[in-house]
Ligand binder design. Structure first.
Ligand code: SF4
Ligand code: SF4
Length: 139
C-alpha cells in the first residue's frame, strides 16, 4: 500500500506508518524495555490516540520486531561499536543506544527496513526512534 493510501485508510500519519510496521516482543527488548514501552504509550496518548488504538499499535509492533532485527544493518555501519549488542534502534520500543555516542555516518538509508517503512530520519542509535524523532519535530 502506498504511503498516501495508508494515511487515508488509517488516519495514522507518519507515526502510524511506523507503528503499523514495527513490533515489540515482550521480554526481548534492551535498555529497560518496560520503561521504553511506557514512554511510547504515553507519547501515543499525547498524540491523541485512543486506548484501543494504542493497544492495536502495540500488538502490531510485537508482530514486526523480528523482521526489523533480522534485516537491520547497524552492525556494519561506521557508527556502530563492538561493545554494542542491540540492533533495530529505529524501532520505537528499542529506541536509542546506551553505548553509542559518536556519530560517524549512518547507513540506515541503505537498509531494507528504512526503505520499506519510508523513514525520513537517521542516527536512531543516538537520536531515538523514527517515531520519537518525528514527534519531536511536531512538538
Ligand atoms: S533503519 Fe537503521 S536502525 Fe532501523 S533496522 Fe535499518 S539499519 Fe537498523
Ligand atoms: S542507527 Fe544508523 S548510525 Fe546508528 S548504527 Fe544503525 S545505521 Fe549506524
Amino acid at each position: 500500500m502506498k504511503r498516501r493510501e495508508f494515511f487515508a485508510k488509517t488516519g495514522c500519519g507518519a507515526a502510524g506508518i511506523m507503528l503499523a510496521h514495527f513490533g515489540l516482543k515482550a521480554g526481548t527488548l534492551p535498555n529497560a524495555p518496560e520503561e521504553q514501552k511506557e514512554k511510547i504509550m504515553k507519547l501515543l496518548a499525547k498524540m491523541g490516540k485512543s486506548q484501543e488504538e494504542i493497544d492495536n499499535m502495540m500488538k502490531k509492533m510485537k508482530e514486526t520486531l523480528p523482521m526489523v532485527k533480522e534485516q537491520c544493518i547497524c552492525k556494519t555501519c561506521p557508527t556502530y561499536v563492538k561493545e554494542e549488542k542491540v540492533v533495530g534502534f529505529c524501532h520505537p520500543l528499542i529506541s536509542k543506544s546506551e553505548i553509542i555516542t559518536e556519530e560517524r555516518g549512518c547507513d540506515c538509508p541503505k537498509c531494507p527496513v528504512y526503505k520499506k517503512m519510508e523513514m525520513k530520519n537517521g542516527y536512531y542509535c543516538t537520536r531515538m526512534s523514527e517515531l520519537e524523532q518525528e514527534a519531536a519535530k511536531k512538538a
